[in-house]
Design a protein around this ligand. Structure first.
Ligand code: AMP
Ligand code: ZN
Length: 135
């Protein structure tokens, strides 16, 4: 995609702080890190969302992500590993990428920001999601 910032980085048209690359993923430092070492694992092919991947390519990308995670575990013991999928989920760049965010004792970083709520509808929600997942 010509107007995609990550495609431009992949094409070498924009600079980046590359830390890892293989056939399916490019890992770079986030330009505005949430913590020191915040790394983005970017799909080599332009897919806006996780469910756009063909199955085999998805599995290969997951293997690349795991490889980065394994390495990053030597950098810090604790990591948040997350993907924002969709605008309402905070996805700013519609080209699949995982955030690997190093965590340190007492860093005060607030990633797990949701407020847990009581849901009286768990039975109903279970039925709805269960049937969607088993279609
Ligand atoms: P998301 O909100 O999940 O789409 O995250 C997009 C991330 O890309 C943000 O954390 C940005 O700081 C990061 N980002 C945007 N432009 C660049 C860039 N040129 N190089 C590295 N990271 C970037
Ligand atoms: Zn792209």
């Amino acid at each position: 995609m010509s107007d995609c910032i990550f495609c431009k980085i992949l094409a070498g048209e924009l600079p980046s702080w590359k830390v890892y690359e293989d056939d399916y993923a490019l890992a770079i430092l986030d330009i505005n890190p949430a913590s020191k070492g915040h790394t983005l694992v970017i799909s080599k092919r332009h897919y806006p969302h996780m469910n756009d991947f063909p199955e085999q390519e998805y599995l290969a990308f997951m293997a690349s992500l795991r490889k980065v995670v394994k390495g990053m575990k030597k950098y810090t013991e604790a990591l948040n590993i997350l993907e924002n999928d969709g605008k309402d989920a905070g996805q700013l760049v519609p080209h699949v990428h995982f955030h690997v965010i190093p965590r340190r004792p007492g860093d005060g970083l607030q990633i797990d920001l949701w407020r847990a709520q009581h849901d009286p509808d768990l039975d109903k929600v279970q039925k709805t999601i269960q049937s969607l997942l088993n279609e």
